[in-house]
Design a protein around this ligand. Structure first.
Ligand SMILES: [Zn+2]
Length: 255
């Protein structure tokens, strides 16, 4: 006979720590001050590659789509001690949710466990949560890598967010072991209701869309323009070059 269980309604696991609640008005004015200040950095992450940059605490970074729909995989490290403190995707997910919304924060690993950055603007926030439970900017997916590509297709490849990020961090004395689970910006993902499998949808992001985050500490940031483009093609299938686009990065600092 099949075993039966008592029903209990779901309870949110984590009582939100005070540091996870952002004073929105204060952050909006800090954001506006930074944007009205000086643009201290502008760079393009070319399609199918990754780039790094640094930020000072209080800087606002905007990542936008200058040409077309494209997802990005983002890593963060404490600039002063990157080997010890970096972004902790799993705990960020537990504190906030599977998909980050504005005024959610990106938390660092233990023993630090503190905000590294705060998400302050999302031009796609109206997307919300769709009828399949899909939403944007997840902290669920790990990053695409050539090892899983080989498991799926049997073929060797160099060309994944993991390998691009690994290449990009070399100039900072970091290596493959420093690349970690990413914040998947502009990506639309969820879990199927019937089998709880990770799914993706074509990103609804278009040319001109952007996200912005405010640095809570001095940061080293790495961003990959995913070779899956807008992720409208399943991992393992060939993605045509014209499906892939660059990402534009700008950093603003209050005067
Ligand atoms: Zn990728």
């Amino acid at each position: 006979m099949k075993r039966t269980f008592d029903y209990h309604p779901p309870t949110i696991c984590y009582d939100k720590p005070a540091m996870a609640v952002v004073p929105r008005d204060e952050y909006e004015s800090r954001r506006i001050q930074a944007l009205a200040g000086t643009r201290v950095l502008q760079l393009i992450v070319p399609k199918r590659s990754a780039r790094t940059w640094t930020m000072q605490a209080g800087d606002v970074c905007r990542v936008s789509l200058p040409e077309g729909s494209q997802v990005g995989d983002l890593n963060l490290w404490n600039l002063e001690h990157p080997r010890q403190e970096r972004f902790y995707s799993g705990k960020t997910r537990q504190i906030h949710s599977t998909h980050l919304k504005t005024y959610d924060r990106l938390w660092s690993c233990v023993p630090y466990l503190r905000p590294m950055a705060t998400f302050v603007r999302d031009s796609l926030e109206d997307y919300g949560i769709d009828r399949d439970g899909g939403s944007l900017h997840d902290v669920v997916g790990t990053r695409c890598d050539d090892y899983i590509y080989k498991l799926i297709t049997g073929q060797d490849r160099f060309g994944s967010c993991h390998s691009y990020l690994t290449e990009a961090v070399k100039e900072h004395g970091l290596g493959e072991e420093d690349v970690h689970d990413t914040w998947n910006i502009f990506m639309c993902t969820g879990f199927t209701r019937d089998t709880q499998q990770y799914f993706c949808k074509p990103s609804p992001a278009r040319k001109g869309d952007c996200i912005e985050f405010l640095a809570e500490m001095n940061l080293l940031v790495a961003l990959s323009a995913c070779p899956q483009g807008d992720v409208s093609i399943q991992v393992g299938q060939k993605v045509p070059d014209e499906k892939c686009f660059p990402l534009l990065v700008e950093v603003f600092r209050a005067n």
